[in-house]
Design a protein. Structure first.
Length: 203
């Protein structure tokens, strides 16, 4: 296994926890490649059967569509641009608690990171909404219910809720996770009682 997918929503705090871990393991193992996919949580959490967040008009204030559009636009430039974008938007949302919902917030990030002007063209292209919907529908067909959700070998799907592992354990933890999620088909669910978790989880 060298390539794997992760369904994300930038507004999810658990996505913020796994990002530095994924960056670290890819630095340590150059064979690993991740494909980030869109999974808007506002869609899975809505209670209206026919409602689609990507079909709403300009008056709708989305939690995460503009950030997801920005992520796709950044990846269209380069993986490096997306890594910078993701690090920045997660910091703004989950550390500084800034409002990242608007197009203007995404443009501000792009300007701060000195992205080329074509980023704005990619961002505003309506195809981004179609791509988000396609990712979501694919995820739905796999039974995905939250973020971050990993896909290994195109078939093995696993949701993971974890704090960022220490760097000394990042690669062993990933390998253990892969072993359970992808190679042990009889394994279905492991969950700590809450509480006491996450007490002492960062100790």
């Amino acid at each position: 296994m060298s390539k794997f997918d992760i369904f994300i929503d930038y507004t999810c705090p658990w996505v913020a926890q796994i990002f530095p871990w994924i960056m670290d393991i890819m630095q340590k193992d150059k064979n690993l490649q991740v494909k980030w996919r869109s999974f808007p949580l506002e869609q899975i959490n809505n209670e209206l059967d026919e409602w689609k967040c990507w079909e709403q008009d300009e008056n709708y204030i989305s939690r995460g569509l503009w950030p997801l559009r920005g992520g796709i636009a950044a990846r269209m430039i380069s993986n490096e641009c997306h890594n910078e974008y993701m690090a920045t938007i997660l910091d703004l949302k989950h550390i500084k608690h800034n409002d990242i919902r608007s197009r203007g917030a995404i443009i501000d990030i792009a300007e701060k990171l000195n992205f080329p002007i074509k980023f704005t063209d990619f961002l505003d292209d309506p195809l981004r909404l179609q791509e988000i919907s396609e990712d979501y529908m694919y995820a739905e067909s796999l039974g995905v219910f939250g973020t971050p959700t990993f896909i290994f070998d195109d078939t093995n799907v696993a949701f993971l809720k974890t704090f960022t592992p220490p760097k000394s354990d990042s690669l062993p933890f990933f390998n253990n996770f892969y072993q359970m999620a992808a190679l042990k088909n009889y394994f279905g669910e492991l969950k700590r009682p809450q509480p006491p978790w996450p007490r002492y989880a960062k100790d």
